[in-house]
Ligand binder design. Structure first.
Ligand code: NAD
Ligand code: MG
Length: 396
């Protein structure tokens, strides 16, 4: 068994920490060669001291100086780099064969694309990258010749429920009729929109089943997360949008399903613990211990599945609309949402204004073909500007 050399983009986040937890239990299988973080220097220093990567990357020069000092004290020889281009170096110059793409948001796009182009095994958690650049990213994977393993639990579940041949030729549908993405419905599943006016960041981030970063937690509350995941599934699995459905499943036991032509529905079940999909992606096609407690079906009181209410979750409707519009619309949706969620978390933007910001940007910025990275990054930048202006105007 050859040892896999892993680079983790976003190692201090929720996915990053869970990835290191799985790797820690399998030192015979995995070696960490690069770790990156934006600001949590102390946590990154601890990770470098434990895993001794050849490269560590932080956001800026101050952070790099701080990290260098902390590592020097412990005589750790990790090379410390900083800035967006250094994230690409972590992929291309660390000697990795596997990249965990777990930076949150558009900031993760360029290094994830570099991993695709370089033919790495890409473990994709950073759904925003695929939402922005789906066509380009899937092309880059093809040309690079690496393996793409979805880490988002729903897409990992679907990947597990599809035949092996599907990954090699997604245009051959092999009797696949529909993909059913399950959604917990988040903390406000049963609350009418009108009751959500005064929701605080703490309430929105208190997800009933999963512990995650703050941005994705808010996205789960608005169900923008499921909308982004529909677009993610569209690119990953190559089925028409009409064949991708969302089901509310509050128990988060069935992580998603595939319905076949012959009447079979295959589901993947498990604890709501991201170490399962992470371990699956790291070891594929083998299976390793993920440190996850066994699922005990006899302790479940029941499993339920209902259609989502699109009026209650306007962000889900907006994501479907952007997916249908195509081109740069998903990049605009994503950028506007990132700005709106950040403003909700840090600047007192009312919770119910999040969809208004996104809708405003989608209406103001008609889509163009998303045929180059430059076009996509420009759409992202313009949408951020439009979102900020709109937020400024409504908060006056
Ligand atoms: P998080 O906020 O906990 O961690 C984000 C990581 O990205 C951190 O290491 C942070 O330092 C880094 N980062 C943030 N901004 C950056 C920037 N501008 N430049 C460089 N690095 C930056 O987020 P998370 O919950 O771990 O989610 C990571 C990604 O995985 C997201 O795209 C999310 O949608 C996806 N995902 C997460 C979960 C989950 O359970 N947490 C599940 C499915 C998918
Ligand atoms: Mg998910």
């Amino acid at each position: 068994m050859s040892v896999k050399r892993v680079a983790i983009l976003g190692s201090t986040g929720s996915i990053g920490v869970n990835t290191l937890d799985v790797i820690r239990a399998h030192p015979d299988r995995f070696e960490v060669v690069a770790l990156t973080a934006a600001k949590q220097i102390d946590r990154l220093a601890q990770q470098c001291i434990e895993f001794k990567p050849s490269i560590a990357v932080v956001a800026d020069a101050d952070g790099a100086a701080q990290l260098t000092l902390l590592l020097k004290e412990k005589e750790i020889a990790t090379q410390v780099l900083y800035g967006p281009q250094a994230l690409v170096s972590a992929v291309t110059e660390s000697g990795c064969d596997t990249v965990m793409a777990a930076i949150v948001g558009a900031a993760g796009l360029v290094p994830a694309l570099a991993a695709a182009q370089a033919g790495k095994r890409v473990l994709l958690a950073n759904k925003e990258a695929l939402v922005m650049s789906g066509n380009l990213f899937m092309q880059a994977m093809k040309v690079g010749g690496g393996e793409l393993l979805p880490i988002d639990s729903e897409h990992n579940a679907i990947f597990q429920c599809l035949p092996d041949r599907f990954a090699k030729n997604p245009s051959d549908h092999l009797g696949v009729e529909e993909l059913w993405l399950t959604a917990s419905g988040g903390p406000f599943r049963d609350k009418p929109l009108a009751d959500l006016a005064g929701i605080t960041p703490e309430q929105a981030c208190a997800h009933p089943n999963w512990v995650m970063g703050r941005k994705i937690s808010v996205d789960s509350a608005t169900m923008m997360n499921k909308g982004l995941e529909v677009i993610e599934a569209f690119w990953l699995f190559g089925l028409p949008l009409e064949k991708i459905k969302v089901l509310i499943h509050p128990q988060s036991v069935v992580h998603s399903m595939v319905r076949y032509r012959d009447g079979s529905v295959l589901a993947q079940m498990g604890q709501p613990d991201m170490r399962t999909p992470i371990a699956y992606g790291l070891a594929w096609p083998e299976r390793i211990d993920a440190g996850v407690a066994p699922l005990n079906l006899t302790q479940l009181t029941g499993l339920s599945f209902t259609e989502p209410n699109f009026t209650q979750f306007p962000c889900l409707s907006l994501a479907f609309a952007a997916a249908k519009a195509g081109g740069t619309a998903p990049a605009v949706l994503n950028a506007a949402n990132e700005i709106a969620v950040a403003a909700f978390l840090d600047e007192g933007l009312p919770y119910l204004s999040i969809p208004n910001v996104v809708e405003h940007c989608l209406n103001a910025l008609p889509p163009v073909a998303a045929d180059s990275l430059e076009t996509i990054l420009e759409a992202d930048a313009i949408a951020r500007q439009a979102a900020n202006q709109f937020i400024h105007a409504i908060q006056k």
